[in-house]
Design a protein around this ligand. Structure first.
Ligand code: PLP
Length: 237
């Protein structure tokens, strides 16, 4: 049986080690456990060993787990592509959304966030490598969307999210660096994040980047939230 508590400890150690290497405080980095295509039982196990924030990509699957685990005080993050006709369910059932990629989606989430719930925490997803297959706004369009979203009453704009291109051959070990393109994508994100932060200081505190294969590089480039799936839960079914 895959030992989730041990895996969580290992991932936290990797976060702490990479933070220490670049003189950052490990407490600045939040671990988001990505539980897509993993069972509710595994999520409950991780929660019982202290993990509170979980990320899901597929709405229907997520809603079933949220329902099944409603007794646990889990913080749910939606991190997948968003269809405009699915925003109401997202606005009703999640605490965070990382994947705002257009004004229409932000507008709908803002209108549909129930007044009985706290503001919905949101990040704008940036298509940092300009990939046709990925959602996200082009870096040049980030400032305009940030400006629009930060004035929305029912949303709390927390920052930016990116999924840089994965290199075909992974040469990443703990503390090692990835290829240049990947490193540059993280560096570009950090620059963009810092620029937005100085213009819109209020709540803009989250740079969501880094996954199982590139956690170290992401932390090294200022990530404040790493999204880790397979290194906690094992291979997805
Ligand atoms: C699946 C996924 C992750 C986690 O990926 P792992 O490689 O399993 O750590 C992180 N972010 C997003 C947006 C994902 O879809």
């Amino acid at each position: 049986m895959h030992n989730i508590p041990n895996k969580l400890t290992e991932v936290k150690l990797r976060i702490a080690n990479s933070a220490n290497k670049c003189q950052r405080n490990p407490d600045e980095i939040t671990l988001l456990a990505v539980s897509k295509r993993q069972s509710s039982d595994k999520i409950a196990t991780a929660f019982e060993s202290g993990q509170q924030a979980f990320g899901e990509n597929y709405l229907q699957e997520a809603l079933e787990k949220i329902e099944a685990l409603s007794a646990l005080a889990i913080e749910w993050h939606f991190i997948g592509p968003i269809q405009a006709n699915k925003t109401r369910a997202i606005a009703n059932h999640f605490d965070w959304v990382h994947s705002i990629d257009r004004l229409k989606v932000a507008t709908r989430l803002n209108e549909q966030r129930p007044i009985t719930l706290p503001k919905l925490n949101v990040c704008i997803q940036v298509n940092i490598d300009n990939e046709a297959s990925k959602s996200g706004v082009a870096p040049a369009d980030v400032p305009a969307l940030v400006k629009q979203v930060q004035s929305m009453e029912r949303l709390c704009l927390r920052g930016l999210m990116a999924i840089p291109q994965q290199q075909a051959v992974d040469d990443i070990g703990v503390g090692a660096v990835g290829n240049n393109k990947h490193r540059n994508a993280f560096a570009t994100m950090h620059t963009l994040f810092t620029e937005m932060q100085t213009q819109f200081p209020a709540s803009f505190d989250t740079l969501s980047m880094g996954m199982s294969g590139d956690l170290e590089q992401a932390v090294n480039h200022g990530s404040t939230m790493v999204r880790i799936g397979s290194d906690i839960f094992g291979v997805r079914t």
